[in-house]
Design a protein around this ligand. Structure first.
Ligand SMILES: C[S@@+](CC[C@H](N)C(=O)[O-])C[C@H]1O[C@@H](n2cnc3c(N)ncnc32)[C@H](O)[C@@H]1O
Length: 369
């Protein structure tokens, strides 16, 4: 087992659920608002980390220290990395205010100077190290992370960061995109896949442009995608061909036109999807419109789950379904969830994923039956 500090993203609870599902043999040591320290049997390097949509950084555990000993311990670690040249380093603090960085960095610099070490910290304006900064420093220096918890610090050195450029390339440069249909961010697709928790082939019955299919292929999964709209399937085929050329993967996929409310003959081991959201995310919805949209979606998902029930093989179902942000600040969930539960699908997870300014968010559910 190795101990890692994971820095969680904008949806910490989803990030934590993803980590627990991807690394089922884990032991959680501590978790805070923006981090989790856990033991896992897998090794985290950049290529493994690239499969985690919910975390922004991972650091290998070095030591746990009392607050008062932090500077000394950080200086000792940097000392052991010093090789007679100038040492470039970065430091990020989590679980505490970023404002603490200034005094810590200045004291650390003083201590290193007193120890005879030529060093330079690269924290711009005393801010935590960004992914881009880490990429440049990782070649010749080191980033240390310290997370604060109840008067103690857990210290580690960064081993991987979120590859923002690769996500953005997959999101924006794929040949088929449709804002009207709505597309899921690749990071959310990875989270859904990890939440499935079982190995084997994944079916996305509402695959649209194929975001989840693409991420599954990169994660080494066999994938099957279907959609009622022929144009979307053609688009998804273009996107997966582009992905293979640009990113390379040895996994394979099948893509076919199919109405998810009717029997599906293909075999699969798990289901993961973002369903029809009813309206584009950024469009605000009047309450009379909402009633009609929600009723249509309730009907669609009830029919889909009813149909699923007929299939003998019982598989985990991870679904991102829409919820609507009302003008009075309340969130309106789809009513079909209760009925789906009554059909025998046991809800084992429900967490929200939404972006500021968008009228439609996604409720992430995992059902077992
Ligand atoms: C929000 S989009 C999914 C987008 C997809 N996750 C992506 O990132 O491209 C919902 C999709 O559900 C499809 N859909 C709607 N009703 C369907 C049904 N009855 N059976 C299968 N697909 C359906 C739509 O054609 C659309 O492509």
């Amino acid at each position: 087992m190795s101990t890692y500090i994971f820095i969680t993203g904008k949806h910490p609870e989803l990030s934590i659920a993803e980590l627990k599902a991807r690394y089922p043999k884990h032991k959680v040591w501590v978790k805070g608002d923006d981090f989790m320290v856990m033991d896992i049997s897998e090794k985290i390097n950049q290529s493994e980390f690239n499969h985690l949509g919910g975390s922004v950084k991972a650091a290998e555990f070095i030591k746990e220290v009392k607050k008062e000993a932090l500077i000394e311990v950080l200086a000792d670690i940097l000392n052991s990395h010093y090789q007679d040249m100038k040492l470039d380093y970065g430091l990020s603090l989590y679980g505490t205010s970023e404002k603490q960085l200034r005094p810590v960095l200045l004291k650390l610099k003083k201590k290193l100077k007193a120890d005879g070490i030529k060093s330079r910290f690269i924290n711009n304006q005393f801010k935590n190290i960004s992914s881009a900064q880490y990429k440049s420093i990782s070649k010749k220096g080191i980033e240390l992370i310290a997370v604060s918890n109840k008067g103690r610090f857990t210290v580690g050195h960064t081993v991987a960061v979120q590859d923002i450029d690769a996500y953005s390339k997959r999101d924006y440069e794929k040949p088929f995109r449709s804002m009207q249909m709505g597309m899921m961010p690749p990071k959310l697709a990875q989270i859904l896949i990890n939440l499935v928790g079982v190995k084997g082939k994944i079916w996305d019955p509402f695959c649209g442009s194929g975001t989840l299919i693409m991420e599954g292929l990169l994660m080494g999964r066999q994938m099957i995608g279907s959609d009622i709209n022929q144009k979307h399937i053609e688009g998804a085929k273009k996107n997966t061909a582009w992905l293979k050329k640009e990113f390379g993967t040895s996994s394979s996929e099948e893509l076919l036109v199919h109405d998810a409310t009717t029997p599906f003959k293909e075999s699969f081991d798990a289901i993961a999807f973002e369903g029809d959201l009813g309206v584009p995310h950024n469009q605000s919805i009047k309450s009379d419109q909402l009633k009609v949209i929600a009723e249509g979606l309730d009907e669609l998902y009830i029919e889909f789950f009813k149909n699923l029930k007929k299939i003998k093989k019982k598989v985990p179902v991870v679904a991102a379904l829409p919820f609507f942000k009302l003008r009075n600040g309340r969130d309106e969930e789809l009513k079909c969830i209760r009925q789906i539960e009554k059909m025998g699908f046991k809800k084992t997870l429900h967490l929200k994923y939404s972006r500021e300014g968008q009228a439609v968010g996604r409720s992430v559910y995992r059902f077992m039956y």
